[in-house]
Design a binder for this molecule. Structure first.
Ligand code: FES
Length: 150
């Protein structure tokens, strides 16, 4: 066990946990930020995507001991108090079906648009292909990313 302080959504949070605990479980179980989801636990599905110093990262693969002083942003931190334009587009086009993967999808989409404010359809497909949706909402996801660029 070790004590950590991390910067989460703009606020420092201190806690004690096992140094091998993945960041995903720190967020969900220690800090009760449950918007970030567990899908595969092996870096394959994207459900656990968060931003670490502005990069889209799979939190299931990152031990808390590797976070250091990086700034972490989760789905709870991107649209506060107003919905982020990506969230607004998701809402407008009613993207989710079951909704489970959508936090990760949105975090990937936000990162994409931060890097490239006007991506081509191929670029959207390429970047978003790392996030799996078992309901097959891919078409609406692409439309929502496009809408969020406007
Ligand atoms: Fe992290 Fe699937 S839960 S990539």
């Amino acid at each position: 066990m070790a004590t950590y302080t991390i910067n989460l959504n703009g606020e420092d949070q201190s806690f004690t946990c096992d140094e091998n605990m993945p960041l995903l479980w720190v967020l969900r179980e220690v800090l009760q930020k449950t918007g970030t989801k567990y899908g595969c636990g092996i870096g394959q599905c994207g459900a656990c995507t968060i931003h670490l110093d502005g990069n889209a990262v799979r939190s299931c693969m990152m031990p808390i001991s590797a976070v250091g002083e990086a700034k972490i942003t989760t789905i709870e931190g991107i649209g506060d108090p107003e919905l982020h334009p990506v969230q607004q587009a998701w809402k407008e086009l009613q993207v989710p079906q079951c909704g489970y993967c959508q936090s990760g999808q949105i975090m990937s989409a936000v990162h994409l648009l931060q890097q490239n404010p006007d991506p081509s359809d191929d670029e959207i497909t390429e970047v978003m292909s790392g996030n799996i949706c078992r309901c097959g909402t891919y078409d609406r996801i692409k439309k929502a990313v496009r809408l969020a660029t406007k």
